[in-house]
Design a binder for this molecule. Sequence first.
Ligand SMILES: [Zn+2]
Length: 333
Amino acid sequence: MNLFELTKSLMSVPSTSGEEEAVGFFLRDHLESLGWTVEMQPVSENQNNVIATLNDTPRVWFSTHMDTVPPYIPPTEDDEKIYGRGSCDAKGIIAAQITAAEQLRKEGIEDIGLLYTVEEERSSTGAKAVNLHPLAAQCEYMINGEPTDNDLAIGSKGTFRLMIRTSGKAAHSAYPEEGDSAIEKLLDILEDVRHTKFPNDEFFGDTTVNIGTIEGGAALNVIPPTAEAGLAIRLTTKKQPIEEAVRSIVRDRGEIEILSFSEPVRMHEVDGFNKKVVRFTTDIPHMPNWGKPLLLGPGSILVAHTKDEFVYKMDLASAVGLYAELARRLLTT
Ligand SMILES: [Zn+2]
């Protein structure tokens, strides 16, 4: 199967987070037919990471995730592009990595492994499970794939997701002095969040805050007893000073629930590649046992997760050469 056929075949098996079982079996069968040894690592009852090797202890690994965001969009193509869910995030990447690995094999290089995780788009439980795998100890470099426009990402921002909840006392809206508005408290807190200058970092750039969800109240004529807002903060420093800043804004006016976080990561650099810092996060912070991380992939993060997701065929083809070159360079250092 050539690069584009493999991309489309992977895309033809829907694998929204939580439903990766079928695409995992497809990958296992495909890799076994090429002669790889494949292990399915259970993550949950119907989710397995796919781990493929040619020798006992590969030093350089290619990895990305098998799951996609919803909704499923089947693959289509024209001369220039492949369109649909997973084209750039990240099934085209899986196809490019497998093609690169097969190219390296033809050159006699078998010191490589392939790792495809579940659940990256939600909570990275696949990455967390594989972090404890015994093969991690032998891995020196992990080349992770996410859409970076084929640039070598030398850093990625972290994320910090949290809820802020306020409570008050319900009352008839005509007698506001009898109640206590949770929504007004929440608005005050959010106003302070918006006017707070969070610490930035010279290397990683600006810390940014998205107030992504807001909910509360019972009816137009009731003083609202509860309200909540969900925030996603893109971290350029450690989480701790940001968490302290948020806590000092909220004080006793509300409660904070931390949903998840990952610290910003600096990646391994290799000369001769275009370099940049990316603002999104990946599985990498959850797999610290897997050697030094690198990050590169075809396609643009700006179309990932959208209904117009696509990847240029030319970029997929270039990624094969870039992945193979990275592996060669890392194996000879
Ligand atoms: Zn991705």
